[in-house]
Design a protein around this ligand. Structure first.
Ligand code: AMP
Ligand code: MG
Length: 403
C-alpha cells in the first residue's frame, strides 16, 4: 500500500478548503498592477472624445479635392491652423477652404478627411493638394477606440500595464480591487543560520525563507512576514496562532517528515488545527501537510529546498488562483521532446527541474536531488514524470509545467 494521496486529490482538497477573498480596497491605478479588478468598468466617455486627424497635413472636404492629381492640383484657401489640444471643433470649414491640422488635433466642423502634408505644396495662405481622397480617409472617428457606456474591463481581470493604460485613458486615478491574499511564511529548523551571520559548525544558511518569499513576490504577493522558528512545537504552535489572526495562508518549510525533530505534526496538534492531508504520492514533497486553523490554511512544505520550491509551485499557485479568482497564476503545461535520458525509476509521480526551449526539454548539468538548489538556476519548468516509469529516453514526448 502506497501512502498518501494523489496530487489531483491534494489539489481538490486545497481548492475545497481555501477561501475566496471578497473584500475590496481602493487602489491608485498606478499601484494596481497585478491586482484583480473588483468591479466592471464601463467607459464614461467616447475615446477619442472628438474626431481627430491621424496625420500632419490639411483638413478638407473630400468633395473639394475630388478631381485633384499631380497635374491638376486642387487649390484651397488656408483658413487657419489647428494643433493637438486646440478646440478645433469650434472652427468650421467652408467649401473651398482647408485648415492646416496636426496629428491628434480635432477636425473642424465640415471637414471629412485630412490630406498628408507630403501630398501638398505645404502652402501657408493657399495650399495645392495633389491627390484626391474619399470621405473619412485619414479620419479618426469620435469613440472609435471605445464608445461611452461600453464594458471595457470585466470584474476579475488581472490588471497589467494595458488595463492600467486604459483606466488612465478614461480619466480614472483610483480603482476598487480585491484585497491581496495575506501570506505569512515560517522556516523551521535548529540547523538554520540567518544569512549575514557567521556559520557555526553543523549549521546551514536558510535558503527557503528567501526563495519562498521571493517567489511570492514574483507571483504578486508581498508576504506579511518571513520568520524563522526553532524546532520547538510549543513555540511554533504559538507563532502559528498569532500569524493565523490575519493570514489567509501560512506557509511553513521543514519538519513535516517522520524524524524526531519533525515538529509540525506536534505543533499543529497543539494549535488545534485540522489536518486535511499529510503526504502526497509525489517526489519531491511527499510529506507535505495541509491543515486549517480557523479560517487560515496552513501549507507545510518539505524543508528540502527543491521540495519546498516545487510544492510551492504545484500547490500554492492553485491556492492563489482560488483565493483571487485569477487563473493566470496557474502553471502552464507544455509538451516537449526529451533531450537526453532520465535514468531514475519513478515509483511515485516525480517532478524534476528542467529547461524547456523551443519544444525540447533538457536537464541542467549537476545534481538535482531535493536538497540541492545549485542547478535551479536557469530552470524554467518542472518535468512531470508519471508514477511507475522506468526512466525516460531521449526523443520521448514529455509534459512540463512552466514555472
Ligand atoms: P526537514 O524537512 O526539516 O527534515 O529538512 C529537510 C532538509 O532540508 C534538511 O537537510 C534541512 O537541513 C534542510 N532545510 C530545512 N529547512 C531549510 C531551509 N530553510 N533552508 C535550507 N535548507 C533547509
Ligand atoms: Mg527540520
Amino acid at each position: 500500500m502506497m501512502e498518501g494521496i494523489l496530487l489531483e486529490e491534494a489539489l481538490k482538497l486545497i481548492l475545497d478548503r481555501v477561501h475566496i477573498i471578497t473584500d475590496t480596497v481602493n487602489t491608485e491605478v498606478s499601484e494596481a498592477g497585478g491586482c484583480i479588478l473588483a468591479e466592471d468598468v464601463y467607459s464614461p466617455l467616447d475615446n477619442p472624445p472628438f474626431p481627430r486627424s491621424p496625420v500632419d497635413g490639411y483638413a478638407v472636404r473630400a468633395g473639394d479635392i475630388k478631381e485633384a492629381d499631380q497635374e491638376h492640383p486642387a487649390e484651397l484657401k488656408v483658413a487657419g491652423c489647428i494643433y493637438a489640444g486646440d478646440n478645433g471643433q469650434s472652427c468650421s470649414l467652408k467649401p473651398g477652404e482647408a485648415y492646416r491640422i496636426m496629428t491628434g488635433a480635432p477636425f473642424p466642423a465640415g471637414a471629412d478627411t485630412a490630406v498628408k502634408q507630403e501630398d501638398t505644396d505645404f502652402g501657408e495662405d493657399r495650399v495645392k493638394i495633389y491627390k484626391s481622397q474619399k470621405s473619412y480617409d485619414n479620419y479618426c472617428f469620435q469613440g472609435e477606440d471605445y464608445k461611452k457606456g461600453r464594458l471595457l474591463l470585466k470584474k476579475g481581470t488581472r490588471l497589467t500595464f494595458a488595463e492600467q493604460g486604459i483606466l488612465s485613458g478614461i480619466g480614472y486615478t483610483e480603482i476598487p480591487v480585491f484585497r491581496k491574499p495575506a501570506v505569512r511564511v515560517f522556516t523551521t529548523g535548529d540547523e538554520l543560520c540567518p544569512p549575514g551571520r557567521p556559520l557555526k559548525p553543523g549549521k546551514i544558511y536558510d535558503s527557503n525563507g528567501m526563495m519562498v518569499s521571493s517567489r511570492l513576490r514574483e507571483l504578486g504577493i508581498l508576504p506579511k512576514s518571513v520568520l524563522h522558528q526553532p524546532d520547538s512545537e510549543e513555540e511554533l504552535a504559538e507563532a502559528l496562532q498569532e500569524a493565523a489572526k490575519d493570514a489567509d495562508v501560512i506557509l511553513t518549510t521543514g519538519g513535516v517528515s517522520v524524524g524526531k525533530k519533525d515538529i509540525l505534526h506536534g505543533a499543529l496538534k497543539k494549535l488545534g488545527a485540522e489536518k486535511v492531508f499529510w503526504r502526497i504520492r509525489l517526489q519531491p514533497g511527499m510529506p507535505t501537510i495541509l491543515s486549517v486553523y480557523q479560517d487560515t490554511c496552513i501549507l507545510s512544505l518539505s524543508g528540502n529546498p527543491f521540495g519546498a520550491m516545487a510544492n510551492l509551485e504545484l500547490l500554492f499557485r492553485p491556492m492563489l488562483a482560488k483565493m483571487t479568482g485569477d487563473e493566470t497564476c496557474l502553471m502552464e503545461k507544455r509538451q516537449g521532446i526529451m533531450e537526453g535520458d532520465f535514468q531514475k525509476k519513478s515509483r511515485v509521480r516525480r517532478f524534476v527541474r528542467a529547461v524547456y526551449k523551443d519544444g525540447s526539454v533538457s536537464f541542467p548539468q549537476g545534481i538535482y536531488s531535493s536538497g540541492a538548489i545549485g542547478t535551479l538556476r536557469g530552470c524554467n519548468c518542472l518535468l512531470d514524470i508519471p508514477a511507475g516509469t522506468e526512466g525516460i529516453k531521449g526523443g520521448e514526448k514529455v509534459t512540463v509545467w512552466m514555472l
